[in-house]
Design a protein around this ligand. Structure first.
Ligand code: ADP
Ligand code: MG
Length: 354
């Protein structure tokens, strides 16, 4: 591109960072900060094939829709499961972000995060979706690196940083040093999984069927894996599997602990596997500096205590863990020269998951 054109683009094209999560989509507009933070949910009119609501508006419709409208999540386990819907959702969010900076009227450059373990084909799908959603140019960054930059870990120094991002669909465990991923593992155990654990537990123990939204609400309200202090309680409503009628039951934090125990064990095992595969020099950095938790799933009560007990390594909960990745896309966008090497190409050779 000639210099003159480049100057025009710099002046009139916005830079946008997107954390396209299974549970939440966040958008960063360079010069403005995080401007959108909404659930990755859409409501679809089955008759017309059109989207009728996106994000917060769609979430409110869950469980309250007439037959021809369905509420769907276009991402599953961290990857796009419905391409057209994802594209339309992204186009809507990008359009909304652009309105906030009307002086920058040209099409945006967009940087988007992807989970560490995804395939090149899946990366291409993300790239195409973002491009079709209106981007002039698309950059891709691996989410653990974005998260580490977002919370200001020394990613580009010759010291190891260990980061665990527990999202809705996946848990990304990664060791980072010198600007790249040294070892990583992507687990399908994350927030959604815990909701399903709670649903199964209540069905087996109380013969009551809970909706997914209720399971999520009770997890946030009383979810804990470390029983200390006063017991927490919540009243939940579901359908009695025997009578078919609505019924209330009181759940405690011990119930939730028991319900999600197996998943927490899988999480601990996943972290141990990555630790075991990590080179000794980096391990000694990690022993010293500890493991940092990000993502919404890291907010479950007692996770820090349980992980410290099991792993014997200091655990730190990042501030504002749900926005770490999108803040990281902002760091990259606003210093593209410095961080150019974290961007990945479709056919790049990347560290394989263990
Ligand atoms: P993603 O990147 O996959 O979109 P997020 O990092 O946005 O995921 O985290 C969303 C997940 O975090 C959801 O599964 C949600 O239930 C969970 N979550 C959010 N807040 C809490 C909390 N206080 N306690 C437990 N889980 C939480
Ligand atoms: Mg995420």
């Amino acid at each position: 591109m000639n210099k003159w054109l480049q100057k025009i683009y710099r002046a009139f094209s916005p830079d946008i960072g997107i954390d396209l999560g299974t549970a939440n989509t966040l958008v960063y507009l360079a010069g403005h900060g995080v401007v959108i933070d909404e659930p990755t949910i859409v409501a679809l009119n089955e008759k017309t094939g059109r989207l009728v609501a996106i994000g917060n508006d769609a979430k409110q419709m869950i469980g309250r829709t007439p037959a021809h409208i369905t509420v769907v999540r276009p991402l599953v386990d961290g990857v796009i499961s419905n391409f057209e819907i994802t594209e339309e959702m992204l186009a809507y969010f990008i359009r909304r972000a652009r309105k906030l900076d009307p002086k920058k009227f040209l099409r945006p450059r967009v940087l988007v995060g992807v989970p560490s373990g995804i395939t090149n084909v899946e990366i291409r799908a993300v790239r195409d979706a973002v491009k079709n959603a209106g981007a002039r140019e698309v950059f891709i960054v691996e989410e653990p690196i974005a998260a580490a930059l977002g919370i200001k870990l020394p990613t580009h120094e010759p010291v190891g940083s260990f980061i665990v991002d527990i999202g809705g669909g996946t848990c990304d465990i990664a060791v980072i040093s010198l600007g790249g991923i040294v070892k990583a593992k992507n687990l399908r155990v994350a927030g959604d999984h815990l909701n399903h654990d709670i649903i199964s537990y209540v069905r087996d123990e109380f013969k009551i069927l809970l909706g997914e939204k209720t399971a999520e609400e009770v997890k946030l309200a009383i979810g804990s894996i470390w029983n200390e202090g006063e017991a927490l309680e919540a009243i939940v409503r579901g359908r009695d599997l025997v009578t078919g009628l609505p019924k209330e039951v009181v759940l405690t934090d011990s119930d939730i602990k028991e319900a999600i125990a197996k998943s927490i064990v899988l999480l601990i095992e996943g972290i141990k596997e990555v630790l075991e595969a990590t080179p000794p020099e980096v391990i000694s950095d990690v022993m010293h500096k500890g493991i940092v938790l990000v993502g919404g799933g890291s907010l479950i009560r007692g996770l820090k205590e349980v992980l410290e007990k099991e792993l014997k390594i200091p655990i730190h909960l990042a501030d504002d863990p749900l926005t770490a990745v999108v803040r990281g896309t902002g760091v990259v966008l606003e210093n593209l020269e410095t961080y150019h090497e974290v961007l990945i190409e479709d056919d790049d050779i990347r560290q394989q998951d263990i």
